[in-house]
Design a protein around this ligand. Structure first.
Ligand code: FAS
Ligand code: PHB
Length: 390
């Protein structure tokens, strides 16, 4: 078997890259470890930057997003009982974000790939990357129980934090940076109307909370929990009661609750691997970096990586120009680190850290108070939240 670009992973980055390349005639093959049902059962992100919206449109997968997605031009930050609106449109000259779940993004990209004849293999076993620093890059794996070798010109490692791609790079060729936060996010999905038409990021002495949504009838809520917590320790009633405690009374008392149909705990970490390019292998999205979800950057960074890699591969295959491909890692990492900084800043400012020294606690309270009082700080927050330019 052979292809021009072998893509490992059928998450948002693999599917988006595969579609953009397929649509300009560059051959791709996607290898996914999990079943399609499992991939589509993941919940994850909820907020799309304009750059991500434009890429989905370019990939022919923006129709349902525009029909069902919710454009948002602001969000609230609550501090104990006070509510402050961050007016994204005013602070960024009219820009906004799109609230549309990653599950739906993935579903739209899967449909688009099927409609355009792109080849994806699911439940692939034992994916291994070979000779990506030599002249015969290839991937071996097992498809439907058969051992397969796929010769290719490039490999796109779109296989997430726990994938095979980053682990295939020799340790002395890669440098990693990591910060693990001493708490997690306990998230639920429930078919109840959102408590507010905009997102609410809540900073409270009991811990952080986030009120988000997937539609006007489906809510997505999170509360900061202990890093070692299990979902069994949290009944729906306990979740709703704790969420309400972390919101201003006038918000909490209007909240409509109901049974959750999804409940999960996500650990929080910041992680970056440098570089993101090794010979014929390119690391994309969560395979190269992880951010705490506070800044809604994870999925959106995967999209900007795809943008840079797509432009590089287009230059290589269609214009015999490798400049952008050679620059992929530096271009992607420049934007990655700015989003890693923003996600760290939002997380540090809005969460409560166990055993935090009193001085640091006061400094973080002051950081939030100053941010909410300063047009300059709110402008900086807004321009990062809607997404820095590619
Ligand atoms: P993904 O992890 O989505 O996809 C990688 C794919 O590769 C998966 O389908 C996996 O099965 C496959 N794979 C792995 N190993 C393989 C192998 N060896 N062979 C073949 N395939 C392999 N981001 C936000 O912006 N907001 C959020 O609220 C948010 N919440 C999150 C909650 C959780 C629990 C997690 C894990 C992430 C969350 N994220 C959030 C980040 C998330 O949205 C990612 O940024 C996004 O999925 C990145 O997309 P990909 O890079 O495609 O990686
Ligand atoms: C979500 O809706 O899942 C969501 C929204 C904003 C975030 C994180 C998660 O910052």
């Amino acid at each position: 078997m052979s292809t021009q670009v072998c893509i490992i992973g059928a998450g948002p980055s693999g599917l988006l890259l595969g579609q953009l390349l397929h649509d300009i005639g560059i051959e791709t093959l996607i290898l996914e470890r999990s079943s399609l049902d499992h991939v589509l059962s993941r919940v994850r992100a909820g907020v799309l930057e304009q750059g991500t919206v434009k890429l989905l449109e370019a990939a022919g997968a923006g129709g349902r997003m525009h029909a069902e997605g919710l454009p948002h031009d602001g969000f609230a930050i609550t501090c104990e009982n006070d509510t402050h609106r961050i007016d994204l449109a005013k602070l960024t000259g009219g820009k906004s974000v799109m609230v549309y779940g990653q599950t739906e993004v993935t579903r739209d990209l899967v449909e688009r790939r099927k409609d355009t004849g792109g080849i994806s293999h699911y439940e692939v076993e034992d994916v291994q990357l070979h000779d990506f620093d030599g002249d015969k890059p290839h991937v071996t794996c097992r498809i439907d129980g058969e051992d397969v070798r796929i010769n290719c010109r490039f490999i796109a490692g779109c296989d997430g934090f726990h994938g095979a791609s980053r682990r295939s790079v020799p340790e002395d060729s890669i440098r990693t940076f990591e910060k693990v936060y001493p708490f997690g996010w306990l998230g639920i999905l429930a078919d109840v109307p959102p408590v507010s038409h905009e997102l609410i990021y809540a900073s409270h002495s009991r811990g952080f909370a986030l009120c988000s949504m997937r539609s006007n009838t489906r809510s997505r809520y999170y509360i900061q929990c202990n890093a070692g917590d299990s979902i069994e320790a949290w009944s729906d009633d306990q979740f709703w009661a704790e969420l309400r405690r972390r919101l201003p009374p006038e918000t909490a008392e209007t909240m409509i609750t109901g049974p959750s149909f999804e409940k999960s705990i996500a650990p929080l970490r910041s992680f970056v691997a440098e570089p993101m390019h090794f010979g014929s292998l390119f690391l994309v999205g969560d395979a190269a970096h992880i951010v705490p979800p506070t800044g809604a950057k994870g999925l959106n960074l995967a999209a900007s990586d795809v943008h840079y890699l797509f432009e590089g591969l287009r230059g290589h295959f269609l214009e015999r120009d490798t400049d952008l491909l050679d620059a992929y890692s530096s271009l992607a990492l420049s934007r990655v680190w700015k989003a890693v900084r923003f996600s760290w800043w939002m997380t540090t400012m809005l969460h409560r850290f166990p055993e935090q020294a009193p001085f640091e606690a006061r400094i973080l309270e002051t950081e939030l108070a100053y941010t909410l009082d300063s047009e300059a700080m709110k402008t900086a927050l807004a321009e990062n939240y809607i997404g820095l330019p590619y």
